[in-house]
Design a protein around this ligand. Structure first.
Ligand code: ADP
Length: 246
């Protein structure tokens, strides 16, 4: 364990999350599914993590728990110095709203609102948001900000979704198959925007993907298998998303 005191850690290795013996059992009727079986992990602030593993291995369950959308059946989870597993529902929601940005495979933009208005929906209720135009600038869409989703390509819509997620300046971006609906060159542009958020805003990135090629842009790769993190791979060099193809 790293020291917990403010002065005993440099910003470079400060804790984002730590999980100890996290388990999740889903009970449907008489059936129990052990989706997570005693998982331990530490994630540093500003780290880029890619989660790989077969379908049903527990990745989404893990991501939902880490993002405060769900709770483990047992075990403890901390974000920085806060024990998330000790929070009541209201405080867990507050944590999620303040600290977590979500990006899913499908962009979930509101069709009747422009790109900027979609981002503004989030910044209007956030505590310390970026200007929506700046967030769209960061993903390379400053000039398209008055366009409606239907006037944008799939990749551009996903970049609006990234702008929307980063505009509230969350500590963490959780991405579940962010390039799943995109071709390689369009997907790479989306990954570049995530990489930019990580480098410029120090946002911790947790990315679920079926695409093993994406693992090369991570600091570390968690390989899930049968409800466990079966293996953790350290990348000595992160490569730029522009060097990834699939
Ligand atoms: P992955 O994201 O790796 O595909 P999941 O975390 O979605 O894996 O699923 C892990 C296991 O938990 C699977 O067996 C899945 O069927 C089960 N599971 C996930 N969500 C639920 C749920 N809400 N109710 C019951 N079982 C679930």
């Amino acid at each position: 364990m790293q020291g917990e005191g403010e002065n005993s850690e440099t910003a470079a290795n400060a804790r984002a999350f730590s999980g100890r013996d996290l388990s999740k059992i889903y009970i449907t009727g008489e059936t129990e599914v052990h989706a997570l079986r005693g998982v331990d992990f530490d994630i540093r602030k500003g780290e880029v993590l890619v989660l790989l593993g077969p379908s049903g291995s527990g990745k989404s369950t893990w991501l939902n728990i880490v993002g405060g959308l769900d709770r483990p059946t047992s075990g403890t989870l901390h974000y920085e110095d806060n024990e998330l597993t000790a929070l009541d529902d209201r405080d867990l929601t507050r944590f999620r709203r303040a600290q977590i940005g979500f990006i899913f495979q499908f962009y979930n933009l509101i069709p009747s609102l422009t790109a900027e208005e979609n981002v503004r929906l989030v910044t209007d209720i956030a505590e310390d948001p970026m200007d929506p135009a700046d967030a769209l600038g960061l993903v390379g869409l400053a000039e398209r900000r008055h366009h409606f989703p239907a006037q944008l390509s799939g990749g551009e819509q996903q970049r609006v979704a990234v702008a929307r997620a980063i505009a509230k300046q969350p500590g963490v971006l959780l991405c579940d198959e962010p390039t799943g609906a995109l071709d390689s060159s369009t997907g790479v542009r989306v990954l570049e925007t995530l990489d930019t958020a990580n480098r410029e805003l120090d946002t911790t990135l947790l990315i679920i993907t079926h695409n093993a090629g994406i693992a090369a842009m991570a600091d570390r790769v968690f390989h899930f298998l049968d409800g466990k993190i079966a293996r953790i791979e350290n990348n000595t060099h992160r490569i730029s998303p522009s060097e990834i193809t699939w």
